[in-house]
Design a binder for this molecule. Structure first.
Ligand code: HEM
Length: 576
């Protein structure tokens, strides 16, 4: 009908429908191919004019538009190891490659100098882009994580001052929730069953984040913990108090929202078609809003009372704002409930799963490397002792702890893949200095992967895939990292560097110290992982992390372990 309608419009009414349909079937691919050929020719000319060359392309795709590679990537996303397919492509072409998906230039890089240019030295020439933001908008609005240009500057300026100050209150928050975590762990270990450490730390980061953001903790640590699939009993969730059930629902809705937004980024321009009849973020967003909206309303009402009182007292002694939470800080600058909601939700998204993942994998690595656990405990006992609450100064001085965290984020960065879009045509330096720079067309998606960059042997040495915190302390630091600091980027870099970096180091260090004050040995309980959540046995032949690790890493916006991270631990003698 569409073809016939178009034909009518073009006065081609005398041509029979079958001929129009056949013409379209043959004509559309020819039209697309011609467009691609013409565009590549234009790019080649523009590249030559700039003294540059086109980015290498892979020979691996056999179908038009690299459709076979696209299907393969979808399959890897669902069942493979992160980076599979791409690492082979980068091996074939070098650290930068034009993936050419369905005729579009998509120039992926794992080269520190390119990422430096995107994030820092040529920051003005790149945006997150409308394609990325559109999929997130129903959840994140125009908050700091999901905006570009002036809107991003507005949100960043609004939020930055809060993170610029070190807050003792954060340590009090961490401490209360860490106590709950330790108590839950001790309780669980008494049952003889493993704990899903990823789930437990997710509750810790959610409770800490909601408390420092809103001053109103969601209390997800009050809900019962899941038992492994092989347990013979499990406490029913319905036995939880009402507030804990609400917290579980909130946590579930938040995770679901994340999942759908990441899925939109993955399926690209097709997501509005898939969700044409039904916005998949609507239902979970309703649950999240039911929690956040009343808090914001309440805070704005308090602010109005405080302002009125201040006015009646000519501004003397009437400041009722506590100034402790991010929301307190923000209401001093804006009373727009939408801005307040977007901003706090953006920070919750940026700060919760990232710290959850790093802490989870750090403890997984401790389980796999008992000598690292012993050394880290030694440092903790030396600096903090077996029971005292750690301070900011303790954390700053603990070099081995920082090395363990950095090594964890090197091998399993929370944000393994990211993307920007070029505004104007430009060039990137050639990884091979004997060759011309690489041409980057305007309005082109440029994904970059710190996950693959952090594992490159030419950048980190032959043992790049090994977990070895000492590389941050011995001669390897000078030999590799200090040559180019842009080769380690778990927190991004440049004007959009993670706002919560220091907060994250404090939070992760705090919980690890508390954990190692109380437990001295950790074990991965493989049987507690559901069979489909265990690593594919065929991966063993690959060696490296893929062949060694005992969990199945997956990603939405951030990384996670499929089906949880089931661990057991032994209480420390000092803590008894
Ligand atoms: C291990 C923990 C963390 C890691 C690895 C991490 C990593 C990152 C990365 C890679 C980005 C850049 C995203 C992009 O531009 O595409 C980012 C941005 C951001 N992070 Fe973090 N983050 C962590 C924890 C936190 C925490 C705890 C908070 C807040 C409490 C936070 C707040 C933010 C914010 C607000 C942004 C957006 C900055 C902007 O676009 O201007 N992050 N983070």
């Amino acid at each position: 009908a569409l073809v016939r309608q178009a034909a009518n419009t073009l006065w081609l009414t005398t041509i029979p429908t079958w001929a129009l349909v056949a013409g379209s079937i043959v004509g559309v691919p020819i039209y697309i191919s011609l467009r691609v050929v013409l565009r590549n020719w234009r790019h080649a000319r523009a590249a030559a004019a700039m003294g540059a060359r086109l980015a290498p392309t892979s020979k691996r795709g056999k179908l038009p538009g690299n459709l076979d590679l696209l299907i393969q990537m979808m399959e890897i996303w669902a069942n493979g190891y992160p980076g599979d397919g791409l690492s082979e492509t980068l091996e074939e072409c070098g650290p930068v490659v034009d993936l050419r998906v369905m005729g579009d230039n998509i120039i992926m890089t794992s080269e520190p100098d390119h990422i430096k240019q995107i994030l820092a030295t040529d920051f003005q020439n790149y945006v997150k882009g409308e394609k990325f933001q559109e999929g997130m908008r129903s959840v994140l609005g125009t908050g700091v994580f999901n905006s570009d240009g002036d809107m991003w500057k507005f949100h960043r300026t609004l939020t930055r001052p809060y993170f610029a100050r070190d807050r003792i209150s954060h340590f009090e928050t961490f401490d209360r929730h860490a106590d709950q975590v330790i108590a839950l762990l001790k309780q669980r270990m008494k049952t003889g069953y493993a704990v899903d450490f990823q789930d437990l730390i997710g509750r810790f980061t959610m409770d800490s984040a909601t408390e420092f953001l809103f001053g109103s903790c969601v209390n997800s640590l009050d809900a019962s913990l899941p038992f492994p699939h092989n347990a013979t009993f499990a406490a029913p969730e319905s036995a939880d108090p009402v507030h804990a059930r609400i917290a579980t629902e909130f946590l579930g809705a938040f995770n679901e929202m994340l999942w759908h937004t990441a899925n939109r980024a993955r399926v690209g321009w097709t997501w509005p078609l898939i969700e044409m009849w039904h916005d998949r973020t609507e239902a979970p967003m309703k649950i999240v809003s039911a929690y956040i909206d009343p808090i914001i309303k309440d805070r704005l009402e308090k602010k109005a009372v405080s302002d009125a009182l201040k006015e009646s007292l000519d501004g003397k002694e009437a400041d009722l704002t506590e100034g402790m939470t991010l929301l307190d800080d923000l209401v001093d600058k804006t009373s727009d409930p939408k801005v307040l909601k977007d901003e706090t939700l953006n920070i919750l998204l940026a700060g919760k799963d990232t710290t959850q993942w790093t802490t989870t994998v750090a403890v997984y690595f401790l389980a796999m490397h008992p000598h690292v656990t012993a050394r880290l405990r030694e440092e903790i006992l030396q600096h903090v002792g077996p029971t005292r609450r750690p301070t900011y100064d303790d954390i700053r001085d603990m070099k081995y702890l920082r090395a363990v965290l950095n090594e964890t984020m090197r091998l399993y960065p929370s944000v393994p893949f990211n993307v920007r879009e070029s505004i104007n045509a430009t060039t990137w330096p050639s990884p091979d200095p004997t060759k011309k720079p690489i041409y980057i067309p305007a309005n082109t998606q440029v994904p970059y992967t710190v996950f693959l960059m952090h594992r490159r042997k030419d950048l980190w040495g032959p043992d790049a895939e090994e977990f070895d915190p000492d590389r941050w302390l011995d001669e390897r630091l000078h030999k590799y990292l200090l040559k180019n600091s842009f080769q380690f980027l778990p927190f991004n870099a440049g004007p959009r560097i993670c706002l919560g970096q220091q907060f994250a180091y404090n939070e992760m260090s705090f919980i690890l110290i508390r954990l190692l004050q109380n437990f001295s040995e950790f074990y991965v309980d493989t049987d507690a992982f559901r069979p489909e959540a265990r690593p594919n046995p065929d991966w063993a032949v690959f060696g490296g992390r893929k062949g060694t690790d005992k969990f199945r890493p997956k990603m939405h916006l951030t990384m996670y372990s499929e089906g949880g991270m089931w661990l057991k631990m032994k209480a420390a003698a000092e803590a008894a």
